[in-house]
Design a protein around this ligand. Sequence first.
Ligand SMILES: [Zn+2]
Length: 296
Amino acid sequence: MLRIWCPLCGTDDETTLHALWGCRKLKYVRGEWWPSNKLVIGHYETFIDFIFSSYRLLNGKELQTLCVVFWRVWCLRNAFIHERKRSNVWDILSWSKAFVSDRYPATGNSSVQASLERVKWKPPDQREYKINCKVVIHRDCGWIGFGIVIRDSLGLVMASCSVRTAARVDSWAANALVIRNGIQFGNECGLFPFSIESDAKRAVDEINKSTHLDSNYGSILLDIASLLALWRVSGVKWAPAACNKVAFGLAKEAISRRDDFFWMEDFPQSVRAEVYYELQIHFAQDSARKHVSIRT
Ligand SMILES: [Zn+2]
């Protein structure tokens, strides 16, 4: 495998996470900025994992500082790599803090809150349930794990399941299969009407457009179309992966267990933190809205 070494420290692969945060040359920045203690290095597999954790662990101003640090580090790396300009890493933190302080009163933390709302799971409308579904494919052992969770408009879990099956299918087919299973699970639980949410954009688009019916996977799409016509499903919608974390946890759980599991008004310990976190976000946003409406 081709390895691209970091041109600054020369001791590690130049991943985004390494370049913007983990590089040995940025030790001072991490050491001097106290919120770094909340962000343990080496705990994250990808930069996006790191960003999502930062959203949880840091407050609005700390997040703004972190973003400016990334920006500054990126500029200084480019200046070194393309122009051989050496810069003082000791200045990165003070420069970033000064930049944020100048602008913070004007921006407040409303933009951070707005970003959070965009990437968090949202409860369904009061009149329906929402079913999130996710698949995890374990290519080495040939298992596919399905994770499905049904929640109401308060964010309370009505039912959940972790199911695994042995099948050699590609990720498109696996994503369509979990959507089909989600519709069936909603029906078996009798929780109508409901909507389906998945982070598999291609599968969701093809289900909604009814295209590719003549493809190899036409039979799965036809199956889904007939289930949608039969039961009260308000829609099959796409949401970012960050909105689908509970279902993701259930799908991982499915791979690690030998048997299939179904829970009514419950869920396994492994997704407890995610469920409570999303509940908390929902209640915080709900009470903020009520607060605003009382004041106005
Ligand atoms: Zn490095």
